[in-house]
Design a protein around this ligand. Structure first.
Ligand code: NAD
Length: 368
């Protein structure tokens, strides 16, 4: 059988720096676990704009459609801030998400015990936290028509439309239920059915999908505002949270902060299954290109490495190897390995990006 294929789009700023460490980890799995990937690389964001005048070349888009999974670093930076909206680095990312139809955005919020002190919440509320937010990514109020700003009675009026079809709700609900079965078997769906018709439809469709095919999974519903409150009051009550694009945007950022640093947060965006059964997929850290630390060897590579662990689990059915990689990260953190973002100014000398890669590779070596 051919090796599974990966397209690496490292992007801008610290993207290539953290992706270098991921490439070493990918190499390790080939050498030590006989898990080989056909890896190709290309440009996205500002790097693609510099080379081609567009933030994503058509050839790169075509490659992304063909591979088993895309790994993305980060895009953007001050150099590109004044570009026309149509060629801004972020447009490259949006094009990938849209054309690959990546409708389910998975954002785990996991608190490593060694970092529980970094949370803005009390240690006992977050230690051991492991929740997954499944956010609908390709529809809802960010895409609905009509939209725009126009004049009415001599006044400007701004309009956006929250719109969901049953099919859009059903497919993301299925993704959440499937995931829950591989985790704690619980889904909490969040909307505003008390004040929004689209929320009523959301709740109805999620309930129907549950009754038809996922009755073994525990399902609950919360209004999204109450959900936000519960997320900071007692986050460990949740396993999988299912929500729409707008609420998911806010709730996932809120959940992210429960765990401390941006440098620790991975994500996956999944679409429909391809002919080989694997979902269309893109894996990327939640953080951006961090221009303030670019080129200083300070970036924490863990978010990007954890994104690759998600690829092992969700694209390549290698759950045990994903566990191995996550355990290696947990071990080095427990042993005190810290990049600068995980330290206070008085805490000694931080590890560089590459040194963090080194200790994770050593922990992987010790695991076999
Ligand atoms: P950012 O995530 O790049 O940085 C926010 C802060 O977190 C900075 O202080 C940065 O140094 C720190 N940080 C981020 N990742 C880190 C890591 N791995 N290790 C250590 N510290 C880390 O967000 P920003 O500063 O608002 O945006 C910078 C650029 O990135 C902008 O051009 C923005 O548009 C872009 N951006 C891209 C993405 C993406 O590619 N998915 C996401 C967010 C922002």
């Amino acid at each position: 059988m051919a090796n599974p294929s990966l397209l690496i789009l490292a992007g801008d700023g610290i993207g290539p720096e953290v992706m270098n460490e991921v490439k070493r980890i990918i190499g390790w799995f080939g050498d030590k676990r006989d898990l080989n990937f056909d890896v190709s690389e290309d440009l996205v964001g500002g790097a693609a704009y510099d080379a081609h005048g567009v933030p994503l070349h058509d050839d790169t888009m075509a490659k992304a459609q063909e591979v088993d999974a895309v790994l993305l670093g980060a895009v953007g930076g001050p150099k590109y801030d004044n570009l026309d909206f149509s060629v801004k680095p972020e447009r490259g990312l949006l094009r990938l998400r849209k054309e690959m139809d990546l409708f389910a955005n998975l954002r785990p919020a996991q608190c490593f015990d060694a970092l529980a002190d970094f949370s803005s919440l009390k240690k006992d509320i977050v230690a051991g936290l492991d929740i997954m937010i499944v956010r609908e990514l390709t529809s809802g109020v960010y895409f609905g028509e009509p939209r725009g700003i126009h004049m009415e009675d001599n006044m400007r009026v701004g309009i956006n439309t929250q719109r969901y079809t049953e099919a859009e709700i059903e497919r993301v609900a299925r993704a959440a239920f499937d995931l829950a079965r591989k985790r704690g078997n619980k889904v909490c769906s969040m909307e505003k059915a008390n004040v929004m018709e689209s929320g009523i439809l959301w709740r109805d469709v999620v309930t129907e999908v549950h009754q038809a095919d996922y009755a073994d999974v525990e399902l609950s519903h919360l209004y999204a505002d109450n959900g936000a409150m519960q997320l900071v009051r007692a986050p460990k009550q949740f396993d999988v949270i299912l929500t729409d694009n707008l609420f998911g945007d806010i709730l996932s950022d809120c959940a992210a902060m429960l765990t401390g640093s941006l440098g620790m947060l991975p994500s996956a965006s999944l679409g429909l299954p391809m002919a080989n059964g694997r979902p269309k997929a893109m894996y990327e850290p939640v953080h951006g290109s961090a221009p303030d630390i670019t080129g200083q060897a300070k970036a924490n590579p863990i978010a990007c490495i954890l994104s690759f662990a998600m690829a092992l689990r969700y694209s390549f059915d290698q759950g045990a190897e994903a566990d191995r990689l996550e355990a290696a990260i947990e071990k080095v953190l427990a042993d005190g390995a810290r990049t600068a973002d995980l330290m206070g100014p008085e805490d000694g000398t931080p590890l560089s990006t590459t040194q963090m890669g080194d200790v994770i590779l050593a922990a992987l070596d010790a695991s076999v």
